[in-house]
Design a protein around this ligand. Sequence first.
Ligand SMILES: [Zn+2]
Ligand SMILES: [Zn+2]
Length: 360
Amino acid sequence: MSRIKAAVCHEFGQPFVIEDIEIRSPIDGEVEVTLAACAICHSDITYAEGHWGGSLPAVYGHEAAGTVTAVGPNTKGVNLGDNVVVTLIRSCGTCPSCSAARPTNCEEGYDGDLGPIKTAEGGKLHQAMACGGFAEKVVVDSSQVVTLPDGIGMEAASLLACGVITGIGAVVNAAKVRPGQDVVVIGAGGVGLNAIQGAAIAGARRIVAVDMEPSKLDVAREFGATDAVLASTDKPWREAKAAMGRGADAVLVTVGVAPVYDQAPRYLAKGGNIVMVGMPASGAFSSYEAANFAAAGQGMIGSKMGDVVIKRDIPWMVDLYKQGRLKLDELISGTWTLDQINDAITDTKTGAAKRNVIVF
Ligand SMILES: [Zn+2]
Ligand SMILES: [Zn+2]
């Protein structure tokens, strides 16, 4: 056991408390990572506000990067001293989903209540999303980390743990966008911007960004959107279709808002697919006219974490970054210390498009 500082959620909707917690050494298959950076994701906020339930007290944070400072027995592909990205994608490697190269849907459960952290008094402390990155150290399964080459900073690397892989992966792994296809990305926030740059990398012809905020649409153009549509206009899909000349081959919904899902089919071409990325609060429902999907040969695909295989996908993204073909530094709106995390979260909730990163 060692004592570290963490931001702990004791009550949904209340500010985190910065306090000492206990973390045990890595055991079978695990590594300890001393964190250098952990970005704040909207999922952390959704959990902390209680919209997805879950156990308390808890430590959130799941977009992290740091250095491996202890290695348990039976770990593979990671060594003491490696700089790594730490993700929430914990995969057993042998279940049917893992065997089918879908580790984001690993079927082996994980109970964060039984994880490596406890309160300073030795009480239960939930390791949220199998990570608990709003803390000086994490102990995670070695399946969750990817070793980084030189040439990428920790702040940029932390973004590869969630928002970037979710957005780009949704385009290349879920929608399987081919060169020349047309893509609509609804929501130009952290994930949406990455879906946009993913569509550009994939060679999409038109990339239409749709958002409520004119300022976010300006940023979307910097990330590769060829066209931008203000979501607050009447029937915004008409403007999107005018830009493309037809409907979209892929519509990526990157916001967790049910009424947006209701509208998403309006943007589709025949044979196109909606990729469901944003997650509305538990209990929120959306509706669509089923016959239209059958008649037009359209589909809806759920995509968790961009369907990434982290040890396959993160290294090529790092290489594109080093070549200047993938924007990461531009995604960071500010850096904050762990003590400032509540202010950083307040800033994130103002709806700013980019990521706030906690640096240690
Ligand atoms: Zn996330
Ligand atoms: Zn598995």
